[in-house]
Design a protein. Structure first.
Length: 487
């Protein structure tokens, strides 16, 4: 009986589904690509699923709507967007996906515009900076901007047409506050959309007429960052308030929200500009606290040749420590065409920068980055789609049924594939400053297969010993009682 229980316990451990896929921290994986490779599409995450909609490819505007399930590594083709287009705004509001504006073919043509040069991130969705907004380049005469608003319901797999945008121009940005959609134009006009009554309304305009660099929502307030100012809009009172400007001059790079604070990254000490989209410079951060209206000047990186078009995302602290990740590619001085990837990590708590592993095909222009459960998913473009498990990643609910080709990490990049830039002078803790081969970091509370097997088998054996001992002493006591009765 003891041998039987030992065998059963071993098999139970062997078929434990938790061991099916354990992502390794600071590691890149190849994932299934979209069925339609395209540029200038929009992507957003809703309930742990990633939706990629529209775009253009091979001189044609697309209405393709695909959904990616990270747990199965599969794409599903859904109902197409009614209006084929690219470079449009996408937001998630009350569980539905709103696609607004963009450009499409004029006079029935299907020719798509030329690919624009790399641009810095222009909007943030679910804590991820990406090129989701319209491209700030002139639209050729054959193409036209549209004010069309269409909403997709993931539950019913159906589209609906909604009230058109009141004023659609290049550079428009959008945010959701208290279930209402707000759009702001480069001229400062502000409009609010009420999904319940399907109506746009004029709101107080921003008095500062400068290029909109980024918008964020913190504590149900709308913050707008321009080249020289920071302004806050209160939807309740419909008023704007000028806040403390950033203490340093800024060449805009990115901005994200973490712990209700706005983290802005900018390039400074620019020593060289190449082709207009490569800057040899350092990256610095400034952190704004909306409660105290105070800026904190953060640390800087070592010098890199930054190529605009890199992407930025944040981890939430649930499955990985709260950090800001800058994923991109840099060109060495000796050969500007020899582009190499880099991954920079900023720890806002320790106020330090560090480097992490990079992979060939790292995020670049025309690609989208979406963060789900602290894993970065980089999709689109003409190369393989990838995902990245950040530094110190752990997840106690790993995917139970991975596809055969997604159970192992991608090939570790060779030294020639990884940026050779030295670590910042202010070194990060060892858990954040990863420079050697990544080590497995299993789900929280889950052990390696062999260890779990031995522990489970030993536990079963111990229980069996206790049960058998109790049974032995019970039968022995009954036998003794019977003997006493006969005597």
């Amino acid at each position: 009986m003891l041998i039987f229980f030992f065998i059963i316990g071993s098999f139970a451990a062997a078929f434990n589904p938790v061991s099916a896929l354990v992502l390794v921290e600071d590691t890149w994986y190849t994932i299934t690509s979209m069925s339609h490779l395209r540029n200038n599409f929009a992507a957003v995450a809703v309930d742990g699923l990633i939706y990629a909609i529209g775009g253009d490819a091979f001189s044609e505007y697309l209405s393709t709507n695909e959904r990616y399930d990270p747990k199965t590594d599969k794409w599903t083709t859904l109902a197409s967007m009614p209006t084929p287009r690219s470079n449009f705004i996408i937001v998630e509001c009350q569980g539905k996906i709103y696609c607004m504006g963009g450009i499409t073919a004029n006079d029935g043509t299907v020719t798509a515009p030329p690919i624009p040069p790399p641009l810095p991130p222009t909007s943030t969705v679910s804590g991820t900076a990406s090129n989701d907004g319209p491209v700030n380049t002139p639209v050729p005469p054959l193409f036209r901007q549209i004010d069309v608003v269409e909403v997709y319901d993931p539950v019913t797999n159906m589209w609906e047409s909604k009230a058109p945008l009141p004023n659609y121009v290049d550079g428009i940005q959008s945010q959701v506050v208290n279930g209402q959609i707000f759009i702001i134009t480069p001229n400062g006009e502000l409009y609010m959309y009420n999904p319940i009554i399907d109506k746009w309304s004029n709101r107080a305009s921003l008095s500062i007429k400068e290029e909109l660099l980024q918008t964020h929502v913190v504590n149900e307030q709308l913050f707008v960052i321009t080249k020289s100012a920071l302004c806050m809009y209160d939807p309740v009172t419909d008023t704007w308030t000028n806040k403390t400007s950033m203490p340093t001059s800024m060449t805009y790079a990115f901005s994200v929200v973490m712990d209700n604070k706005i983290i802005v990254g900018d390039l400074f000490n620019i020593s060289e500009i190449i082709f207009g989209n490569m800057y040899r410079a350092q990256m610095r951060v400034n952190i704004y606290d909306p409660i105290t209206d105070v800026w904190q000047v953060g640390k800087t990186t070592t010098e890199h040749l930054f190529m605009l078009g890199f992407t930025v995302g944040v981890t939430s602290g649930v499955y990985a420590p709260k950090n800001v990740y800058v994923l991109g590619r840099e060109a060495p001085t000796e050969d500007v065409l020899n582009v190499k990837p880099f991954t920079l990590v900023y720890d806002p708590i320790g106020n330090v920068w560090s480097t992490a592993s990079a992979v060939v095909g790292a995020p670049y222009t025309m690609r989208k980055t979406v963060v789900v459960d602290d894993v970065f998913y980089i999709i689109g473009g003409s190369v393989s789609n990838v995902k990245y498990a950040p530094v110190a990643y752990h997840n106690s609910q790993e995917y139970p049924d991975p596809p055969p080709d997604a159970t192992a990490p991608s090939t570790t990049p060779s030294p020639s594939d990884v940026t050779s830039s030295p670590a910042p002078s202010a070194t990060a803790p060892s858990t954040s400053d990863v420079t050697s081969s990544p080590t497995p970091h299993g789900p929280e509370g889950a052990w390696p297969f062999l260890t779990r097997s031995v522990v489970i088998a030993a536990t079963v054996l111990m229980v069996c010993v206790v049960v058998m001992s109790a049974l032995f002493f019970y039968l022995r006591g009954r036998k003794r009682n019977k003997s006493d009765m006969y005597e």
